[in-house]
Design a binder for this molecule. Structure first.
Ligand code: CMC
Length: 434
């Protein structure tokens, strides 16, 4: 973060003629920011930006997005390169430590994550308190939050060692907890992790193995799972990451903060979109119905939106969607599946990208447009889609959490508001109220 050479902005009150210089700060890439930290003290005014459309909420060195060009970088490396050449734990190391690991560092990191994959045996009982038909994301919110009750020896955020242990525990145990949520919902016994498997293989094994037989691992499927995790690992200051940062700014423990992120991710405008895309495709049902649904999406009086389309930051094709589309073909070919939903999705994409409404508003497919089809082909029910997103995003959440906690200038996040309620008035006793 450096003071910009491109000067300062001057804010002028046109009525009084008072003016204030607002410094500009440059990052390494992307738009500079106008530093308004002293604005209230100097002018008595707040800035107003609900939805944070023009607000940089923090300084971060993890992830960069150029939404106009469709670029996504983690610590400077493109998502396309990482998805092609790295595995998920490679990307996790990169996000957490800032550099790709060498061979020895990677081996140590993989071993440390693997060491923490089992969950406390008592957690099994905790799971059994949920109704069988509970949504797995509801279970995730509860169980991830409950981790602070099971692992209180890694909740001291001021202790560097405890922060690291919590980081490993969260990354390592999320797949175990996610697989347990799935097993519980279908009435099958929980599986213990197998530490000779990779992160993605282990997750697939815990999810799909049954005691009666071995799970036959396909390298193509395991690679697709790993790639899905990479594509969802981090995404700058999105809603759930900002939730984690806000929760953590109060000094809350890491498990509580990540549980807050899980809850935020659940919403259909965020992580719930991949589940919503598949439900939407099934509702559309046939190519002939696409025009009718496009009209609904364009109608301001109709709440229907084209799920998997549009993004707050990308005003171009989401680079993750391209990789996901490629993975989609590979998986369907490996499994020798012909999913009519893929044909429907491709036709919907083609028609929408030619439609002036979507062109003018720069609404392109996002990562969730194809991920649902891949996950369905891998055998996951739609209710598990957001859970998988949460498993992957845990890496981004903990990396961002760690970055924030280690920032000596950290302050509690406390936005202000534009109050539009009644002015102060006299209290009316119950008997005198009309
Ligand atoms: N279908 C129809 N119209 C849309 C859509 C859509 N999917 N997305 C945006 N618009 C319209 C919107 O109505 C608005 O029109 P107008 O300017 O006339 O009022 C304009 O495009 C801008 O939309 P916005 O809602 O102001 O944009 P936003 O940045 O607040 O919302 C979004 C971004 C992702 C929430 C939104 O595009 C959306 O709801 N998409 C569908 C849900 C989805 O796929 N979410 C996954 C996002 S990617 C995964 C993740 O990062 O979590």
């Amino acid at each position: 973060m450096t003071q910009s050479n491109s000067g300062a902005f001057t804010l002028t009150n046109k009525t009084t003629g008072d003016s204030w210089d607002l410094p500009v700060i440059d990052g390494s890439l992307g738009p500079s920011v106008i530093d308004v930290r002293k604005l209230y003290g100097q002018t008595g005014h707040f800035t107003f930006d609900p939805g944070f459309t023009s607000t940089g909420s923090c300084e971060s060195a993890l992830t960069f997005i150029d939404g106009d060009k469709g670029v996504l970088l983690h610590r400077g490396y493109s998502i396309e390169d990482l998805a092609e050449h790295s595995d998920f734990l490679d990307v996790a190391y990169l996000l957490i430590y800032g550099e790709l690991p060498n061979k020895a560092e990677k081996a140590n990191f993989d071993r440390d994550v693997t060491y923490h994959t089992m969950v406390h045996e008592q957690m099994m009982n905790f799971f059994r308190g949920f109704r069988r038909d509970a949504h797995p994301m509801a279970i995730m919110c509860g169980v991830v939050g409950a981790m602070s009750a099971f692992y209180h020896d890694s909740t001291d955020i001021h202790d560097e060692h405890q922060r690291m242990v919590a980081t490993f525990r969260l990354i390592a145990k999320m797949p175990t907890i996610a697989a347990m949520a799935y097993k519980y919902s279908i009435g099958q016994p929980f599986n213990y992790p197998k530490n000779n498997l990779s992160y993605a293989e282990n997750f697939l094994d815990m999810t799909f193995r049954v005691p009666a037989e071995e799970y036959k691992m396909s390298p193509t499927i395991a690679r697709a799972m790993d790639r899905i995790f990479i594509l969802h690992a981090d995404h700058e200051q999105n809603a759930s990451t900002s939730t984690v940062r806000l929760a953590s700014s109060s000094g809350a423990n890491p498990f509580a903060c990540i549980a807050a992120g899980v809850a935020c991710l659940w919403g259909p405008a965020h992580g719930g979109a991949n589940e919503a895309v598949l439900n939407m495709l099934m509702e559309i049902g046939h190519k002939d119905n696409i025009p009718e649904y496009l009209e609904k999406a364009k109608d301001k009086n109709d709440p229907f939106r084209l799920m998997g389309f549009g993004h707050r930051v990308y005003k171009n094709y989401d680079p993750r969607a391209k990789v996901m589309q490629k993975s989609c073909y590979e998986v369907l070919e490996e499994l020798d599946l012909k999913d009519p939903l893929l044909d429907l999705a491709m036709e919907l994409e083609r028609i929408a990208l030619e439609d002036p409404y979507f062109v003018e508003k720069k609404l392109f497919p996002n990562v969730d447009f194809y991920s649902g089809i891949v996950l369905k082909a891998l055998g996951f029910p739609t209710s598990m889609f957001t859970v998988l997103f949460a498993v992957a995003r845990t890496v981004g959440w903990v990396a961002q959490w760690k970055e924030q906690i280690e920032d000596p200038t950290l302050k509690i996040g406390r936005p202000r508001q534009l109050y539009t309620g009644p002015e102060q008035r006299d209290y009316v006793p119950l008997g005198k109220r009309s």
